[in-house]
Design a protein around this ligand. Structure first.
Ligand SMILES: NC(=O)c1ccc[n+]([C@@H]2O[C@H](COP(=O)([O-])OP(=O)(O)OC[C@H]3O[C@@H](n4cnc5c(N)ncnc54)[C@H](O)[C@@H]3O)[C@@H](O)[C@H]2O)c1
Length: 382
């Protein structure tokens, strides 16, 4: 298939581009380096150096014999995106190209504006690129489980049947996000649903939980092909922050009571899920929503897992609670369905001691570059 990976320089986009090229697809990786620029502006650089996208693609080609075409372009600018869609006429688009940090989106008015404009314009432009140049193209869009928030009822897979005053209908599951970033993802879903209804597009919206992991088959060929690894409070996820704190010999900092529950998944499973969506496309006029995670964990459970794995790696680790910089429930009901991808064939890789020890070892190789001050919260929700 001819596939464009939007956000192809990112944590998920780069391993996805390699995996799909490895399968023999024709792959274009498109990015405008927004993530690298915002990370520099906020002193949140990745722990390991990642070569630029052209250099990564050249290295990958020399090792695998597979080509990834690189396009440096801004998805939020239709004049840049449209010619690329016209040239490639993609059969599938994997849309990762968004500002993905909740803390960044809550930093200031300017950061909120960048997040809203970038994410909504990118999604609108992807829709129009498909409408105008490749209407049968399957859009695989990365949404987030954070769109649902933490409701006091079970979270369904995208849709809910409602009976009201004796009549029934099916609606998108109610969504109530906890950050502006997550709210832009809700708005993306609404935009996609509108164009699916009106123009008969084919869309899969993958409601993904936080992803962890550095190992993939293609990335493990050479350290320079590794995905980016951010560990600071703005672009790092909780798992990365804890791993770095363990290696740096400082306590793992749990926000508040630590009962915040989310659905997590291994990077290897993101690659599987995207490929499963790709190989099982939806009909025209369908918005398929799949909840993409493999296990539900609280923050305290993750801290405990990292502490145990660190112990196996000979590191002694303490866990401490700090005031929560976010406005969120710290203890709550959480039960989210996630059957769709398993039914399509997903074989989960769980957060085992072995996986965490492997990540700790990779982080430890770069311990000299760790700046432990970056891990503590710099952004407060109000
Ligand atoms: N990583 C996770 O845990 C996670 C969890 C749930 C959802 N997601 C979603 O998955 C997607 C990818 O996340 P990630 O962790 O790889 O983030 P990332 O920031 O590493 O990757 C996103 C990439 O998109 C690029 N980009 C952003 N706006 C762009 C634009 N206008 N034009 C071109 N390129 C642009 C960035 O430069 C970056 O390289 C995001 O949409 C995010 O919301 C990620």
């Amino acid at each position: 298939m001819r596939i464009i990976v939007l956000g192809g320089d990112g944590y998920l986009g780069w391993p996805t581009a390699m995996a799909l090229a490895h399968r023999g697809h024709e792959v274009w990786a498109l990015d405008n380096y927004l993530r690298r620029n915002l990370a520099r502006e906020t002193c949140s650089e990745a722990l390991m150096q990642n070569p630029n996208l052209h250099d990564r693609a050249d290295l990958f080609a020399s090792l695998s014999g597979r080509k990834i075409e690189v396009e440096i372009a801004d998805c939020a600018d239709y004049r840049q995106l449209s010619p690329i869609f016209a040239k490639v006429r993609p059969e599938a688009v994997i849309h990762y190209a968004e500002q993905p940090s909740a803390p960044y989106s809550m930093m200031s008015f300017d950061a909120a504006r960048v997040t809203l404009n970038n994410n909504l314009n990118a999604t609108l432009n992807v829709i129009w690129g498909v409408v105008q140049h490749s209407p049968a193209c399957h859009i695989i869009k990365l949404g987030t489980m954070g769109e649902y928030g933490t409701p006091n009822i079970d979270i369904e897979e995208g849709w809910i049947d409602i009976e009201h005053k004796g009549r029934k209908d099916r609606f998108l599951f109610p969504r109530q996000a906890g950050s502006l970033y997550h709210t832009t993802k809700i708005l993306d879903t609404d935009l996609l649903w509108f164009y699916v209804r009106l123009y008969g597009l084919r869309v899969t919206d993958l409601m993904q939980g936080p992803v962890y992991g550095l190992a993939t088959e293609a990335a493990d060929q050479d350290d320079r092909l590794a995905p980016n690894f951010h560990y600071d409070d703005i672009f790092g996820t909780v798992v990365n922050r804890f791993l770095v704190q363990a290696v740096a010999g400082v306590p793992l900092t749990v926000y508040g009571k630590g009962g915040q529950t989310r659905g997590y998944l291994n990077l290897k499973d993101t690659l599987q899920c995207v490929e499963l969506a790709l190989n099982n496309p939806v009909e025209a006029g369908v918005l398929r929503v799949l909840n993409q995670f493999t296990e539900q964990l609280t923050v305290t459970e993750i801290a405990e897992k990292v502490r145990r794995a660190a112990g196996q790696a000979g590191l002694e680790v303490k866990v401490e609670s700090i005031p929560n910089p976010r406005k969120e429930k710290e203890e709550h009901y959480y039960n989210a369905k996630h059957h769709g991808l398993v039914e399509l064939g997903l074989k989960p890789h769980l957060m085992t001691d072995e996986v965490l020890v492997d990540m700790l070892e990779r982080v430890a190789k770069h311990s000299g570059q760790i700046d432990a001050r970056k891990v503590l919260p710099r952004v407060r929700w109000n």
